[in-house]
Design a protein around this ligand. Structure first.
Ligand code: AP5
Length: 217
């Protein structure tokens, strides 16, 4: 099964994608995580992406499309995937359709995780992230077992640069202008499932699990 997670910054796409990946055995591909890793490693990709990400703007389409194209050649891509943070523009959605078509694959479901702006801002302000393994936490709703330390790899958890309030406002405006049109795009394709993202993490997962056509724990 091949899934796309749609939703504004902070809606919970990454949190749900990680759960679906673990419990339903699908590959999780997050363009945000790939780009942040490239920045940490100071690679050419990271240098190209950093100035856009720091401002809360989208990285150019051709850069992210080539990231996805590369991931599609990995053997584990065949078992089914969850795209988290891609596509984010109509051009990316068209490119995805074309790339999958060439492989004889298609998107099976698109989950639009719906959360209002006030809640999004609250979530992002209290999010903490592990720079090493990319795991996200929320200081109130999903805290690490040991304060300030990642459960998975033991690194210190930090606030993401683009989670500062001004950048969050830019990201929300960019989402509304460039990504929200994909809701109608996938609705027209008959693939869209809108999920109430304001419920608890487990309740949101339960809504998604009910729709998935794969066995999940
Ligand atoms: P990316 O990393 O994709 O950021 P985003 O879309 O802004 O999404 P977030 O990671 O902020 O939020 P999320 O929905 O995953 O929420 P999360 O699960 O963490 O992209 C970053 C940047 O990279 C972009 O701005 C752009 O520059 C670039 N980029 C990436 N992809 C690109 C592309 N395709 N094209 C161009 N540029 C691209 O949850 C948020 C918080 O809430 C967490 O603390 C979590 O614990 C908590 N939480 C989650 N669910 C719940 C719940 N149900 N109840 C309470 N708390 C919850």
């Amino acid at each position: 099964m091949n899934i796309v997670m749609l939703g504004a910054p902070g809606a919970g796409k990454g949190t749900q994608a990680e759960r679906i990946s673990e419990r339903c055995n699908l590959l999780h591909i997050s363009t945000g995580d790939i780009l942040r890793k490239a920045i940490t490693e100071k690679s050419a990709l990271g240098q190209k992406a950093k100035m856009f990400m720091d401002k809360g703007e989208l990285v150019p389409d051709e850069v992210v499309i080539s990231i996805i194209e590369e991931r599609m050649s990995d053997a584990d891509f065949r078992k089914g995937f969850i795209l988290d943070g891609f596509p984010r523009t109509v051009a990316q959605a068209n490119a995805l359709k074309e790339m999958l078509g060439k492989l004889g694959r298609k998107i099976d479901a698109v989950f639009n995780v719906d959360v209002d702006d006030q809640e999004l801002i609250k979530r992002l302000a209290r999010r903490r992230t592990c720079n090493k393994c990319g795991k996200n936490y929320h200081l109130d709703f999903d805290p690490p077992r040991k304060e300030g330390i990642c459960d998975v790899c033991g690194e210190k958890i930090m606030q993401r640069e683009d989670d500062k309030e001004d950048t969050v406002r830019t990201r929300l405006a960019v989402y509304k202008r460039q990504t929200a049109p994909l809701i109608e795009y996938y609705n027209q394709e008959g693939l869209l499932h809108t999920i109430d993202g304001k419920r608890s993490i487990e309740e949101v997962f339960a809504q998604i699990k009910d729709i998935l056509e794969v066995p999940c724990e």
